[in-house]
Design a protein around this ligand. Structure first.
Ligand SMILES: Nc1ncnc2c1ncn2[C@@H]1O[C@H](COP(=O)(O)OP(=O)(O)OP(=O)(O)O)[C@@H](O)[C@H]1O
Ligand SMILES: [Mg+2]
Length: 239
């Protein structure tokens, strides 16, 4: 596949934490390609290396060996400033517990990130919040929003940068089924309308039904990749 059609390519990726008796080999020789525009699920038991791998794709930590190429960058070849710029411009992060700033309103949480990337901050922030159905909640603080609404603010915050890649770690882990389905529909729409690529880490094996590609990890290694010819819509899955 031509390089331009690949969103993420990992080659011989190794990650070891600690040393001596406390050494943990979290990723072992991980190699894969993710074509642009796919909704990818990263699956595996607790401790299998899912978050470690997501952090590698997001350039949050340096690898011990190997490399990730994403959005035209070889991440291992970037210095600290390069990694910061890559995270800022190329990646939207969504976490299980939203990671919103509690003392800032929904609007301010999104605007904070919009300011880093420039343009018309107010218009872009309002547009991002409207796109996740929160136009009426822009002046609420996180503590005044439901879990699903807080996660939608965090999706708006990720989207306001218009990044080619979204990385989501257990985005529905703290939500009830019905709210989780709404959040997944939103994430699925993001890939369906454009060539944005999304990688979702999850324990929930049902989510694999809505993915184009499922990568399965065990003990830091990829043990299988499954392709879905016709992924279901989140509303069609029997949760
Ligand atoms: N900062 C760290 N320092 C030391 N060990 C770590 C660190 N982060 C992760 N590990 C270890 O690396 C392994 C993989 O952890 P990781 O967080 O990637 O698992 P996971 O698949 O995301 O699990 P979970 O589903 O529970 O979130 C685990 O054995 C974990 O204890
Ligand atoms: Mg994890």
């Amino acid at each position: 596949m031509a390089a331009a059609d690949i969103a993420v390519r990992a080659t011989g990726l190794d990650k070891t934490y600690g040393e001596g008796e406390t050494e943990v080999h979290a990723l072992r020789d991980v190699t894969f390609e993710i074509p642009r525009g796919e909704f990818v699920v990263l699956q595996g038991a607790s401790g299998s290396g899912k978050t470690t791998l997501l952090n590698q794709i997001g350039a949050l930590e340096p690898p011990t060996a190997g490399d990730v190429e994403a959005n035209g960058f070889s991440l291992n070849g970037l210095d600290d400033d390069g990694r910061t710029e890559y995270r800022l411009k190329s990646v939207g992060f969504i976490f299980q517990f939203y990671n919103l700033v509690p003392s800032l309103t929904a609007y301010e949480n999104v605007a904070l990130i919009a300011e880093l990337t420039g343009g018309d901050v107010e218009a872009r922030s309002e547009e991002a919040l409207a796109s996740v159905g929160l136009a009426e909640r822009t002046h609420h603080f996180p503590g005044q929003l439901s879990g699903g609404e807080q996660q939608r603010v965090s999706i708006a915050r990720g989207m306001v940068k218009n990044p080619p890649l979204m990385l989501c770690d257990e985005p529905t882990g703290a939500l009830d089924t019905e709210t989780g389905v709404k959040v997944l529909s939103l994430l699925r729409d993001i890939t369906d309308t454009g060539d944005r690529t999304i990688v979702v880490v999850t324990h929930n094996s049902q989510i694999s039904q809505i993915a184009n590609r499922v990568i399965e990890l065990r003990d830091g290694q990829i043990i299988g990749t499954h392709l879905n010819e016709s992924p279901k819509k989140p509303e069609e899955v029997n949760w």
